[in-house]
Design a protein around this ligand. Structure first.
Ligand SMILES: *Cc1c(COP(=O)(O)O)cnc(C)c1O
Length: 231
């Protein structure tokens, strides 16, 4: 079996096991294959192996890949920080944006959706739970304010939360962050804040996606474990 297929099978098996441990069917958890730095050729192979969603962290880098691969068979998710001047391109290219992190960006995306006649754009709010100034994400104490702004954005569909915990050698150290994001999601879902009702939890990468699933992740973003180390 080619390496990519073998890697993918391992990841899917681990997703299924972790889902079972959290008492959920494995189709409760969506896999976003993070294809940043990888070529359209590699992405095509991944499409043939059955990947349905790709994650890219840079708008410009994603543009040519999306032009080549298209949207017919797969979804494209923006998982990296979105700069204001790339917002229009992002609206034109992506199915879901995981990294909404300010009221200004929400207003801008809403306005651009209007201008581009896009009636719905699914967005997740990225929350910075550890107060790491170098990372993007809205600080937890500003989350409610951003949620209030999103309620008034008719074209933005607020569908979930995303987080990137601080780097840790032991994935168990990140468990507390995943748990906190789930608690925030549960509270917002109770308040009826999400357009989709339940609110996705986009959390977990190659080294910690199993812990994230145990804590309730509904979307994991996995690159290295599928495609190998990035050069
Ligand atoms: C690169 C990246 C990932 C995937 O990381 P891996 O460790 O390669 O699985 C997930 N989420 C975001 C936001 C990323 O930038």
């Amino acid at each position: 079996m080619p390496t990519l297929k073998k890697n993918l099978k391992k990841v899917l098996d681990k997703i299924a096991d972790a889902s079972a441990r959290s008492g959920r069917p494995s189709d409760d958890v969506k896999l976003v294959a993070v294809s940043k730095t990888h070529t359209p050729d590699t992405i095509s192979k991944a499409v043939r192996a059955g990947i349905l969603i790709f994650g890219e962290n840079k708008v410009q880098e994603a543009e040519e890949k999306i032009a080549e691969i298209g949207h017919d068979k797969v979804e494209w998710h923006l998982i990296g920080h979105l700069q204001k001047n790339k917002a229009r391109k992002a609206v034109q290219l992506f199915d879901v944006i995981h990294s909404l992190d300010s009221p200004e960006l929400a207003h801008r995306l809403e306005r651009i959706c209007e201008e581009e006649s896009r009636s719905k754009l699914s967005v997740f709010v990225q929350v910075d739970l550890a107060g790491e100034k170098t990372k993007s994400g809205v600080p937890q104490h500003q989350l409610n304010m951003l949620v209030e702004v999103l309620k008034r954005c008719q074209r933005l569909s607020f569908d979930g939360l995303m987080t990137i915990p601080p780097m840790a050698d032991d994935p168990e150290e990140t468990r507390q962050y995943f748990r906190r994001l789930r608690e925030l999601r549960d509270r917002l879902a109770e308040e009826g804040a999400f357009a989709n009702g339940f609110g996705h939890l986009s959390m977990g990468m190659s080294h910690d996606f199993e812990v994230a699933i145990e804590e309730g992740a509904t979307i994991v973003r996995v690159g290295t474990a599928i495609f190998g180390e990035r050069s």
